[in-house]
Design a protein around this ligand. Structure first.
Ligand code: NAD
Length: 386
């Protein structure tokens, strides 16, 4: 009886102490929410100011300074700087997304007429939505209304070509005679040299080549990269770059040749190698699900990348892989280079393997450390979630 009284007493003390602690934690959570909402209100003021001055949403230097400062502050408080950085990256992204939504409605030239050639396609309709939301008058030229091309081109500020790669050049040639002399001619083709040359040849007015490095499933342009290949009359195309930046995109400049060489690797080789790997697994009739049951996180991540390719539109990837003769030559070189490994395997030559491994590691240099850090971050996220 006495014991249970004591136990009851201990229980009561425990219950009241934990309740007190939990109440304090709940209070702190309330305060955190109040502070986040106050922070949000201040951000809204920044948005309003940026809107008035047509300034972009993302300010990389400011964000990085802020993260460094917060990491220092965390260290001084004996807190884990990685945790604080992660927390703030989420807060900053959320605030950027809100800003991007607000800015989306902001047009640099609202009321101007924009003609999107191929505007019912995936990317065409994606950009049509952005222009419409920002107050532009959007017109669409599709395969079926070329008989109206003359009237569709009247008074347009911009003609944006968004047709499949293999019909881009003929489309540029076909529309050129109808363009007002001062209209901006732009394209979003995934290759740049030939389309840009053709646009420069057929149009006297301003010209610019764009390549959005993302697909139409991205809900926002926040931090999305758009490659820009300058054409002519920059003073007359700058407004389009400003508009893209205002929507949250990051613009990367290059000349068309450099862009295409880089895309041979970033898109051509990357997707082709993934295609070959996936096809090899399927031909070997590998039991994918069983392998995943035994998998290390890195295998799961790799399979995520491979599986992702095959979940998408084959014709889009065919366009990318077969884009130019130069790209196809590079892909052939890649396949031939695999043959070099056959003799090494036949000869059971581990030394050669180690030698090639070290040479390649040397070539990767400091990027290897960055790659390890970034992929570890992604793997940890994957483990947290799945
Ligand atoms: P899509 O096939 O979805 O759209 C192309 C549209 O063009 C279709 O509606 C088609 O009917 C129309 N079209 C075809 N011939 C035409 C013609 N002669 N006149 C007018 N319209 C015509 O293709 P998409 O994925 O939107 O790609 C369009 C462009 O965007 C391509 O150059 C591609 O390289 C580039 N791009 C695509 C992506 C992507 O992820 N989809 C990303 C970046 C860039």
């Amino acid at each position: 009886m006495q014991q249970s009284k004591i136990e009851g007493g201990i229980e009561n003390t425990f219950e009241s102490e934990i309740k007190e602690l939990r109440d304090r934690i709940d209070d702190i959570d309330e305060q955190i929410l109040t502070l986040i909402s106050q922070r949000f209100a201040e951000v809204q003021k920044v948005v309003a100011l940026k809107k008035r001055h047509n300034m972009p949403v993302f300010h990389p230097a400011r964000e990085e300074d802020m993260i460094s400062r917060l990491r220092d502050s965390a260290r001084k408080r004996q807190m884990d700087p990685d945790f604080i950085e992660e927390l703030y990256r989420v807060i900053l992204r959320n605030s950027r997304l809100h800003q991007t939504v607000e800015m989306k409605q902001q047009g640099i030239k609202p009321g101007s007429k924009v003609l999107i050639v191929g505007g019912y396609g995936q990317m065409g309709s994606y950009f049509a939505w952005f222009f419409t939301t920002s107050g532009y008058e959007v017109r669409i030229l599709s395969e079926n209304n070329w008989d109206k091309v003359e009237s569709l081109c009247i008074d347009i500020e911009l003609a944006l070509i968004s047709v499949p790669i293999h019909v881009t050049l003929e489309t540029v040639r076909r529309i050129a005679p109808y363009l007002p002399p001062d209209a901006l001619l732009a394209d979003i083709t995934s290759i740049k040299t030939e389309p840009l040359n053709e646009m420069m040849k057929v149009h006297k007015g301003p010209v610019i080549g764009l390549h959005p490095l993302f697909g139409p499933t991205c809900s926002s342009l926040d931090k999305q990269i758009i490659a820009v290949t300058p054409g002519k009359k920059p003073e007359q195309y700058q407004w389009l770059i400003d508009q893209l930046t205002l929507w949250g995109a990051i613009v990367v400049n290059s000349n068309a040749q450099e862009h295409d060489e880089i895309m041979d690797i970033v898109q051509g080789l990357r997707h082709f190698a993934t295609f070959c790997f996936g096809q090899f697994l399927s031909r070997k009739k590998i039991e994918l699900h069983r392998t995943l049951e035994f998998s290390s996180p890195i295998y799961r991540l790799e399979m995520g990348m491979v599986g992702r390719l095959f979940a998408q539109d084959s014709s889009l990837y065919a366009e990318i892989v077969f884009a130019t003769p130069l790209r196809r030559k590079l892909l052939k070189d890649f396949v031939l280079s695999l043959n070099e490994q056959i003799a090494m395997l036949d000869n059971n030559d581990k030394e050669l393997f180690i030698e090639r491994f070290s040479e390649t590691a040397k070539w990767f240099g400091t990027f290897s450390e960055q790659a390890l850090r970034e992929s570890t971050f992604i793997i940890n996220k994957l483990i947290e979630r799945f």
